[in-house]
Write a protein that binds this ligand. Structure first.
Ligand code: EPZ
Length: 422
């Protein structure tokens, strides 16, 4: 099993190219199930989660061809199977994104109920509520599968807000299920994330009739079919935000290529309050920072608020600020597995329910730590970059799910990260 050994204290300098967005690519790949002609997707990131989605789609009758790095061709060749089994789904929660396309196109979807994960219970009640509102019968059947089927789907007005606000993949799933539904579907309290907007733009490019994407109110007019075509995935804003922190925490200057600051307004605002300089330069971003980091308060919110997927990375940064910061996690209140690991490295973090008080310290100390969820693992890599001495990060498979060769990208700008196997 791979692990990282990081020698801390290196200043970084140079350019990092941001890869395609994992959380846009996954639902868009699932949406190819709905297309009657072949689809070519570009800027797909090279991640294990992407490989899982390819496997799932092949089991569901999609032929997937790798044309060149980052570019794949998808063609539906068999529509007889609409069951994604537990063995496949348990490896990646996002496989739940095949439900909407299967129900929308084949009027049947049977998917293993995704379990919880290290960041929370992750229910899908909003997904299922949306499917029922479109006219599907939804049953929990033996073996933990959820079975959705319909004679036909009819447009409906659907409120998709939950206890924690909007839901990214519920919005994606119900929007996809509504593409062929008769009449008009209105999604109120829809997720506004750029990844949902990118999915809607893909569907429209294939022939869907969708407006309002990127706003809390999305309107879908049913169409008869989706064609095929070519589409390029947006850059990954969370990978970009992670590397912004890498520059800030090592007091370095980094250029991030292919980085859309419009997708990172909340995180950029916080960085500037901390004392980090974010300069736009023709589609790139140049990050530099003043040596002293100021403490701030962060509360994670649905987009355009501060993203929960950057909470752990910013906690690492703020652990070295000149004072006390407060981080409140409103999306996944238990998303704090990185707290104990960072404390092993000398951070002073105190968890009070969904809040963590971050008492700034002068330095972090290298130590063996354990990766857990994808973004907590990235936060540990960032800590290792700046910690005194050597940091060993176990279970880096978590990182490979969402970051394309992170050690290669960081080593290319001066970090010293070794990927070893034990
Ligand atoms: C997506 O997960 C992302 N994953 C997550 O990124 C991200 O953290 C999350 O959105 C929030 O931005 C993908 O896009 C593949 P939600 P998703 O439904 O859609 C509750 C990463 O690191 N909820 O927006 O599963 C839920 O429990 C991953 O790349 C319900 O109550 O998240 C949470 O508290 C981690 N019922 C809140 O809503 C539902 O039916 C937001 O979850 C669905 C969600």
């Amino acid at each position: 099993m791979d692990y990282f050994v990081i020698q801390g204290g290196k200043r970084l300098r140079g350019t990092i190219k941001i890869s395609g967005s994992k959380n846009a690519a996954l639902p868009i790949m699932a949406a190819t199930l709905m297309c009657s002609e072949p689809v070519v997707l570009r800027n797909i990131p090279d991640l294990s989660d992407i490989e899982y989605m390819v496997t799932i789609l092949e089991k569901l009758g999609v032929r997937v061809d790798r044309l060149e790095p980052g570019t794949m061709r998808f063609e539906v060749v068999d529509e007889s199977i609409s069951h994604a089994d537990y063995e496949t789904v348990r490896k990646m929660r996002a496989s739940v994104c095949v439900m909407g396309p299967l129900l929308g196109k084949r009027l049947h979807a049977r998917v293993a109920m995704p379990g919880g994960c290290s960041i929370g219970t992750r229910p899908i009640d909003l997904h299922l509520k949306g499917f029922e509102a479109l006219g599907a019968d939804v049953d929990l059947i033996e073996g933990g599968d959820v079975d959705c089927q319909a004679e036909k789907l009819e447009g409906s007005e659907i409120f998709l807000g939950g206890h924690f606000g909007s839901s990214v993949t519920a919005t994606a799933n119900v929007m996809m299920a509504a593409v062929f539904a008769e009449g008009t579907t209105v999604l109120e309290s829809a997720a506004c994330e750029p990844e949902v907007e990118d999915l809607a733009n893909f569907l429209v490019a294939m022939g869907a009739n969708i407006t309002g994407q990127g706003s809390p109110r999305i309107v879908i007019e049913g169409v008869d079919r989706l064609d095929g075509g070519e589409y390029t995935i947006i850059p990954d804003r969370i990978e970009a935000g992670t590397f912004m922190v890498a520059a800030a925490i090592t007091n370095s200057e980094l250029r991030l290529e292919n980085c859309r600051t419009a997708h990172l307004m909340a995180a950029t605002k916080v960085l500037e309050d901390v004392g980090v300089f974010v300069e736009k330069d023709n589609g790139d971003v140049i990050i530099s920072s003043s040596r002293l980091l100021q403490p701030v308060e962060i509360t994670t919110q649905p987009y355009p608020g501060f993203p929960t997927d950057l909470q752990a990375q910013f906690m690492t940064l703020l652990s070295l600020a000149e004072g006390n910061s407060v981080i409140t996690e409103k999306i996944f209140p238990d998303r704090f597995l990185h707290v104990a690991e960072l404390n092993r490295m000398g951070a002073k973090l105190r968890k009070e329910g969904p809040i963590v008080i971050v008492e700034g310290v002068k330095r972090l100390i290298g130590a063996p730590v354990m990766a857990s969820d994808l973004r907590a693992s990235a936060a540990l890599v960032l800590a290792g970059l700046v910690a005194r001495g050597t940091t060993e990060i176990n279970r880096v498979y978590h990182i490979d799910r969402g970051y394309e060769r992170i050690e290669e990208k960081l080593n290319a700008v001066g970090a010293e990260i070794h990927r070893l196997d034990r």
